[in-house]
Design a binder for this molecule. Structure first.
Ligand SMILES: [Zn+2]
Length: 255
């Protein structure tokens, strides 16, 4: 089983610790690789503050010089609407090793101002993710289907299976990766964790059958770097073959 964490936050966005502390945690946890992936999203520091992105890249580069664990330069971008646009441009993308994208507070028509009709919402969700699949400005869809904190929450079991298959096919064709994010349950405060987990495993099985690749990330904000117990449990119970999880080395040497 692979052992890496491709999703961590630092004080460059809403994490509690520095880049160096995250990297040391990764080493202490015996990880094979760690990515620093602070938010690159409207309203967040990296996106708003002139020159901060340079400082960020510099700090990650310095850590990668002393670290024994490979350290990837990343960001977590966000999807902006149903056309599948993301919150970074080519120039930013090419300076990074790995880019995550999520459904978040800026995803117009899905998690931002979702339509009242369920049918319309599912149609928008599918359009957003199918279009995003062919957007070359990110690699990994993070905490996919995190729809439990919108005004009328959607549980994983409620998403039409045909829509999931369509999204999975688009992701496979374009090499987009499905992140099993350790704290995905956080988006579903109204669901017991066990029920949520059972439903989520079914989604992961569909994506695995459609031959989509997977990655793991803690989405750490408080040095839970390497805390991937739930991610491993889901990958195991969904019986994802080890070769269907990405090798983090594919991201090194790309930038
Ligand atoms: Zn995150």
């Amino acid at each position: 089983m692979v052992n890496y964490d491709l999703h961590t936050h630092t004080t460059f966005s809403d994490g509690a610790h520095t880049v160096d502390i995250n990297v040391k945690f990764a080493e202490a946890m015996g990880l094979e690789a760690v990515a620093i992936t602070d938010h690159f999203t409207p309203g967040m520091r990296l996106w708003e503050e002139e020159g901060l992105f340079e400082v960020y890249l510099g700090e990650i580069f310095r850590a990668s010089e002393w670290a024994e664990v490979p350290v990837l330069k990343g960001v977590e971008a966000t999807l902006l609407g149903i056309k599948g646009e993301v919150s970074i441009d080519e120039e930013v993308f090419h300076r990074l090793d790995v880019v995550l994208a999520d459904l978040g507070g800026h995803t117009e028509g899905v998690t931002k101002e979702p339509p009242k009709s369920r049918g319309k919402l599912f149609a928008n969700l599918t359009r957003c993710l199918v279009n995003a699949a062919s957007n070359s400005l990110f690699h990994i869809l993070t905490h996919p289907f995190n729809l439990g904190r919108i005004p009328e929450p959607i549980e994983p079991a409620q998403i039409p299976r045909n829509d999931l298959r369509e999204i999975a096919a688009a992701m496979r064709e374009n090499g987009k990766i499905f992140e099993i994010t350790n704290c995905t349950f956080w988006w579903f405060p109204q669901m017991p964790v066990r029920r949520f987990t059972e439903q989520y495993i079914e989604i992961v099985q569909i994506f695995a059958e459609e031959k989509v690749s997977f990655s793991m990330g803690s989405d750490d904000h408080r040095t839970g770097v390497g805390n991937l117990g739930w991610s491993r449990l889901v990958l195991g119970k969904a019986e994802v073959p080890p070769e269907q999880t990405v090798d983090p080395r594919v991201f090194l040497g790309e930038s």
